[in-house]
Design a protein around this ligand. Structure first.
Ligand SMILES: [Zn+2]
Length: 408
């Protein structure tokens, strides 16, 4: 066990503050009867003494996570579809207004954002290493390249398409440990006044809501305004705008421009001030967070054992990537949660990573309704509870664990 490591951003010293133990890959669903040994790694997080970046202590090889069988689809939720349509409309109105604009989206998934750009007839390119999702994007009329984005990829894109006005990443940049290559690529690709825009889970929300399930293999970095500003400056960029988003349980959209190219909006200083006041990046705050995580785990497992002992049926709702951390860290097996209901055909009929909870289609959830539903997809709580009104009417209760364990 290593309690310190080397920062992937600045080579400073990273001090570990929480260890979730042995964890499987969050999107590696298992076929029943598959006897091959699952891949496990040590999921632990630390903070860089020098640049404050919070990051995983161990890196999982990217090919193990993002491949042709990658099951997550961005357009699975109506809220997310609306979100990305609004993102595209905003880019079209603000950044893509020149004579022949060009936008690159890294990690375009199934083309949920670029579809709107393509329909507007604007030049674009999606870069997506997960082949299955890239094919879905192409089927929507989106131009897509099935590769990992890095410096060399950016140079190829530049050669074939010229400079980009926008490089955009949603829930992608925090997946990529090798930031130096990313910044070199973005810097080569962008026009002089171009912007690098990315949105990812915000450390401030994770700490404030004890949403420890945001911590899993695919999320290598946990960004704050301060750590992003320092990273940007290190690679010749300024943080020029920040915008809090309600998506994925609390995110921030960061806008970077070349050093000196744009004046930062007041929102940047406001965010940095707030982080300073709350001590977000202080080691003591992260130690407190670690204590909160252990408390939530104890309460959740206590509740589930109590329900089991009273003969109640509990079913999981949403076989999310996040749920891998919850089930494996808390030790939630089929003895506590009968199965997980999920709408993704690629997950149905399989077992969740590590904990091996069966995944069944939504029809199973209502046949008959369980006494309790453990809401793993808590970031879509409003959308889901509205859709599942009949469950509540039938006497069913929801179990949530963010920001604290409660029954609704
Ligand atoms: Zn660092």
């Amino acid at each position: 066990m290593s309690l310190s490591g080397t920062c992937r951003v600045c080579a400073g010293s990273v001090r570990e503050f929480f260890d979730f133990g042995r964890q499987p890959l969050s999107d590696a669903f298992v076929e029943p009867g598959d006897t091959r040994e699952e891949f496990f790694f040590r999921l632990a997080v630390g903070r860089c003494d020098a640049c404050t970046m919070v990051q995983l202590m161990e890196e999982v090889p990217r090919e193990r996570m993002f491949h042709d069988g990658y099951p997550y689809l961005s357009s699975g939720s109506a809220v997310m579809r609306a979100h990305f349509e609004a993102v595209a409309e905003r880019f079209l109105a603000t950044e893509l207004t020149g004579p022949d604009p060009f936008i690159v989206e890294v990690g375009c998934n199934d083309g949920v954002m670029l579809e709107t750009i393509a329909k507007a007839g604007v030049r674009h390119l999606g870069v997506e290493p997960s082949g299955g999702t890239a094919d879905l994007a192409a089927a929507k009329g989106v131009q897509v390249r099935k590769v990992f984005f890095e410096h060399a990829t950016a140079l190829e894109v530049l050669r074939d398409h010229g400079h980009a006005d926008v490089v955009y990443m949603a829930n992608t940049f925090c997946h990529i440990p090798y930031v130096e290559s990313i910044f070199a690529g973005v810097s080569a690709l962008l026009t002089d006044n171009g912007v690098f825009v990315f949105e990812d889970p915000y450390l401030g929300d994770i700490v404030r809501r004890t949403s420890f399930d945001q911590i899993y293999d695919e999320h290598f970095y946990y960004f704050s305004g301060l750590s992003v500003q320092r990273m940007a400056q290190r690679f010749g960029f300024d943080l020029v705008d920040v915008e809090p988003l309600p998506t994925h349980g609390g995110e921030i959209r960061y806008t970077l421009a070349r050093s000196g190219a744009r004046t930062p909006t007041p929102a940047v200083a406001e965010l940095l001030d707030r982080e300073r006041e709350t001590g977000l990046s202080e080691p003591g705050t992260l130690t407190r967070f670690a204590g909160d995580v252990a408390r939530v785990r104890d309460e959740l497992i206590g509740l589930l054992r109590d329900l089991r002992d009273r003969g109640k049926r509990v079913v999981g709702y949403g076989a999310t990537a996040k749920s891998a951390t919850v089930t494996n860290f808390c030790g939630i097996g089929p003895d506590l949660v009968e199965f997980v209901s999920d709408t993704s055909p690629t997950k149905q009929g399989r077992l969740t990573p590590g904990a091996h909870l069966p995944v069944r289609p939504p029809e199973a959830f209502a046949d008959p309704y369980p006494d309790y539903a453990l809401l793993f997809a808590w970031n879509h709580a409003e959308e889901i509870m509205a859709k599942e009104r009949a469950f509540r009417e039938a006497g069913g209760k929801w179990i949530l664990y963010v920001p604290e364990v409660r029954v609704l």
